[in-house]
Design a protein around this ligand. Structure first.
Ligand code: PXP
Length: 249
């Protein structure tokens, strides 16, 4: 019998910061500021997360710079800094030195990350960032759509990891969802054949994650919104633990 290793869970704490900013964005020195994303990260670790993900957006709509520095200090697992490829945020990453950086596309209008990074058209801008991250010992993951051309470009850029965008899969139903799953399977196969670690994430929840576990050579899933949502009812540690349980085959 083949025993598959458990898929690892990275917990995205952005929306803990979203709740904080909803009340305290303009009054961050108030003595009442809550909830603290660092506290959520520590609870996620107790619940079995192997890493903590946070997206420092250019508009700082949820996570702010001090969160990233505090997370790096406080957590015992690894920090995965999600970020757009802008000089300001790259400079912060090189100061914080997270274990991982996940490069995502970013536009100010979007509610959440929409679509994967287009490595083909942004190749020239990605090359120096990948080099500076590599030189600093930071492992870079490219958040891309499950598209063979994007995988080939990620491979030619020397990216050690890709995170396959599962958003289209999560939004689809019926035959369309099966087709999205098939695209993800093929992309995972191509990436692993190219020697790239396969991660995935976006829009996954306690129900729709099951078929994703069948992606070939999948190592890590990054999940945020559904865990934060469930944590309202059961607490952050328990919400994480329940997702870790879901990731066991
Ligand atoms: N991975 C990436 C690259 C993302 O941008 C996001 C959303 O911030 C996630 C994973 C987590 O998505 P969700 O909050 O839908 O679980």
């Amino acid at each position: 019998m083949t025993v598959w290793p458990a898929i690892e869970l990275g917990v995205n704490i952005d929306h803990v910061a979203t709740v904080r900013q909803a009340r305290y964005a303009k009054n961050s020195s108030s003595i009442n500021v809550e909830p603290d994303p660092v506290e959520a990260a520590l609870a996620a670790e107790r619940g079995g997360a192997i890493g903590i993900t946070a997206h420092l957006r250019q508009d700082r709509r949820h996570v702010v710079d001090s969160d990233i520095f505090r997370l790096k200090e406080a957590i015992g697992t690894k920090l995965n800094l999600e970020m757009g490829n802008s000089p300001e945020i790259v400079a912060i990453a090189l100061k914080v030195l997270p274990a991982d950086v996940c490069l995502v596309p970013e536009s100010r209008e979007e509610v959440t990350t929409e679509g994967g990074l287009d490595c083909i058209s942004h190749r020239a801008a990605l090359e120096p960032t990948l080099k500076s991250m590599r030189d600093a010992g930071i492992r870079v993951s490219l958040f891309i759509d499950p598209d063979p051309d994007q995988i080939a470009t990620a491979a030619s850029l020397g990216a050690p990891v890709v995170e396959l965008h599962t958003g289209a899969y999560a939004e689809a139903s019926g035959v369309a969802r099966d087709e999205e799953l098939a695209r993800l399977m093929e992309a995972a196969r191509l990436a692993s054949e190219a020697g790239i670690q396969v991660n995935a994430g976006h829009g996954l929840n306690y129900v729709n994650v099951q078929p994703i576990l069948t992606l070939p050579k999948l190592v890590e899933l990054n999940i945020g919104h559904s865990i934060v949502s469930r944590s309202i009812f059961v607490g952050f540690e328990q919400a994480t633990r329940e997702m870790v349980e879901c990731l066991r085959f």
